[in-house]
Design a protein around this ligand. Structure first.
Ligand SMILES: Nc1ncnc2c1ncn2[C@@H]1O[C@H](COP(=O)(O)OP(=O)(O)O)[C@@H](O)[C@H]1O
Ligand SMILES: [Mg+2]
Length: 211
């Protein structure tokens, strides 16, 4: 990391098999630091989302290089989303297996995952649909791990996170990934009593440029 200097690390927000996310500070600005685990990350999963994405496939294949690439891939994907003004944490920097990005949350607590959000879901779904259409039809990207766990609700808007596996629309499995994303997210909203029809959502998302 060239210019960014962490003032202090506050606390772990979340810890999983593949990564740990901390809240930290650069000066007075809160940031989120995502550290990718190297020894325990599931290697075969990485391969599936790297091979076939022309932006990233020509790289060395040993474990640590792969994880560093995964980290860079998440950084690049966050950057692309932000360039399209799609809601996602702004990426600040990365180095090896460490990614620094915008912290989503209040002074008191990090933003909740969609599954824990207690506010109104109808407007959130409407916004999520719109964002997914920009993602697919304009930015030409597929999230590929979309679920109520990987959407945070920040200032009442849905924000996409966890985009290491996000692929270019030309990836040979892109359509399969998109259908799975749509299946997962439709299921969540339907369980919450919101009328969502999978095929309708698919047609909307793939319906062409929004602007
Ligand atoms: N930028 C962020 N701001 C606040 N919390 C975050 C941020 N990024 C991730 N988190 C929290 O950390 C959790 C794990 O992050 P995620 O990127 O989904 O990693 P994993 O691959 O381990 O699922 C998220 O569910 C969320 O609660
Ligand atoms: Mg996640």
């Amino acid at each position: 990391m060239e210019n960014l200097s962490i003032s202090y690390v506050d606390y772990p927000i979340a810890s999983g098999k593949e990564s740990v996310v901390f809240k930290a500070y650069i000066g007075k600005k809160p940031v989120a630091i995502k550290i990718f685990k190297i020894s325990t990350i599931k290697f075969s999963t990485l391969e599936r989302y790297i091979h076939g994405d022309r932006r990233f496939e020509n790289e060395r294949k040993d474990r640590s290089t792969r994880v560093f690439l995964w980290c860079r891939k998440e950084y690049t994907n966050l950057d692309e989303l932000n360039r399209w003004k799609i809601n996602a944490p702004m990426p600040y920097d990365y180095n090896m297996n460490v990614l620094i990005m915008q912290y989503l949350g209040t002074a008191k607590s990090p933003s909740p995952q969609l599954r824990d959000y207690r506010g109104e879901l109808e407007p959130l779904y409407a916004e999520l649909r719109r964002q997914l259409r920009i993602m697919y039809s304009s930015a030409k990207l597929v999230h590929a791990d979309l679920s109520e766990y990987n959407v945070l609700v920040y200032r009442k808007k849905p924000y996409f996170i966890d985009v290491g596996q996000m692929v270019d629309r030309r990836h040979p499995s892109a359509d399969e990934f998109l259908r799975r994303d749509i299946f997962n997210i439709s299921n969540f909203f339907r369980r919450k009593g919101i009328q969502v029809e999978e095929q309708e959502l698919y047609d909307f998302v793939t319906g062409g440029s929004v602007e």
